[in-house]
Design a protein around this ligand. Structure first.
Ligand SMILES: [Zn+2]
Length: 251
């Protein structure tokens, strides 16, 4: 299987889904990590162009730790909108990767780029099989990929309401890999401290994985929801691939 994880910014996937990706990679599945932006606003010291170069290098290094490749849709930070050209760009990216499973941002999350990414990816999945929806050189896909949403940051929407996952995946065995992947985003530690007042970048990731783990009855976990409305596939493909790491939650 080929799994595409696509979120807004470099480090979002490391925060919310990298343990699951490490598990899947270890089972021999192919992983592509993609971001809508290169995180070009995430610096007080460098220009957006310089920051984008630095952060794409970091994201590539993080992905390489689980044998994954990295792709960037090259939209600007705070410039992700669900509109025609961005949707075509997203469809072209998905068609060129041709995944069976896509894991993306939650529809409700603290950052506008996260919410727009979720809508773009959901709606791009709808379009990937339509031959006359033209986007570039990539081949039209034969089927809509299985679509999943990660937890929002902190498990809450923009009003602070809890967002409950359908299921969790036990990632305790992959926490060291998850730490190393997040740590590859070196330039973000100082930014997160200055902008968000969080002086423990890796610690905040661990704290969230532990909190989701606690709600799922394990030490560390990541939460997901499957989008199954018509015409998206309803078979629990990701749930089957993770085997005994799956923790169904009553929602
Ligand atoms: Zn983000």
């Amino acid at each position: 299987m080929h799994i595409l994880a696509i979120h807004a910014h470099p480090d979002d996937i490391e925060m919310l889904g990298s343990g699951t990706l490490a598990l899947l990679s270890g089972h021999g599945h192919r992983i592509t990590i993609a971001t809508m932006t290169a995180g070009d606003l995430g610096s007080t010291e460098h220009s957006p162009e310089e920051t984008a170069q630095i952060r794409m290098r970091e994201a590539t290094a993080a992905a390489a730790l689980i044998g994954a490749s990295y792709r960037c849709a090259a939209l600007p930070d705070l410039g992700v909108f669900n509109e025609d050209s961005a949707r075509r760009r997203t469809v072209e990216l998905i068609r060129s990767v041709a995944p069976e499973i896509i894991i993306t941002a939650a529809p409700a999350d603290y950052h506008p780029d996260h919410e727009a990414t979720s809508l773009l990816v959901r709606d791009a999945c709808f379009a990937v099989t339509i031959p006359n929806y033209r986007t570039g050189k990539a081949r039209v896909l034969g089927a809509i990929p299985h679509l999943y949403f990660m937890d929002p940051i902190g498990g809450r929407d923009r009003e602070g309401n809890k967002v409950r996952p359908d299921f969790a995946i036990d990632v305790a065995r992959f926490m060291e890999t998850k730490r190393r992947m997040l740590s590859a985003h070196e330039s973000q530690r100082s930014w997160v401290l200055k902008q968000h007042g969080i002086d423990n970048y890796v610690g905040s990731m661990e704290a969230w994985a532990a909190k989701r783990g606690k709600s799922a009855g394990v030490e560390f976990a990541e939460g997901f929801r499957q989008y199954t409305w018509h015409p998206y596939p309803r078979t629990p493909l990701l749930q089957e691939l993770v085997g005994d790491a799956l923790i169904p939650l009553n929602s």
